[in-house]
Design a protein around this ligand. Sequence first.
Ligand code: PGA
Length: 247
Amino acid sequence: MRRKLAAGNWKMNGLAADLDQIDALEAAHSAVDIDILICPPAPLLERMAARASKIAVGGQDCHASVSGAHTGDTAAAMLVDAGASHVILGHSERRTDHKETNDDVRAKARAAFDAGLIAIICVGETLAEREAANTLDIISGQLAGSIPDAANGTNLVVAYEPVWAIGTGLVPSTDQIGEVHDYIRAKLEARFGEGVGRSVRLLYGGSVKGSNAADIFAVSNVDGALVGGASLTTDAFSPIITALAAS
Ligand code: PGA
């Protein structure tokens, strides 16, 4: 059975004072039997990890190299050293803002695996790609190009995040989400075999809120969510966690 995962992506938001959210979240969800993860900005990682017990913490990116002359970058082992267990890779904002390619994401994922991190690899189509009926081809290319051969059911999580749904309030229909998640599952089974393919957790991301979470979590092959804006406060994130635990 795949364990459900509620993952928060704080993006470039949060200062030390916001770590109070961790205490409130832990108190509210001490009994739920799902995984909860928050990926804060790198400067908060170590302090968040020190404060959290039930909640896991993760990075939002890592470099493909182990160390070296890469000003401004963070190596996977440094994330682990700071208390991280996960790292988000290939988020569409990284693919756009930093021109990350599938090859870049695959190299970063290899480094993450080598350091012992669970990589949450993001895929998703733009609105133009969806309107041109290219969604599944785009997803196929991103899966093939971004996921290393060393992936398995333990070290890999895939997040389907349609670019047009991120931070926009627009959400695909449950049929559209189900179509892509079933497709990703089939692709993983074909490449890695049924055992591994069936054990990789698939998250949906893009404008998940308390009000739409239960419907999304009822979709086949949705094992949780990657949540941006609504993960920033306990009031907004809590109902999503509750809906996932009840799904
Ligand atoms: P959003 O972001 O929930 O604010 O749409 C999701 C994401 O980018 O992971």
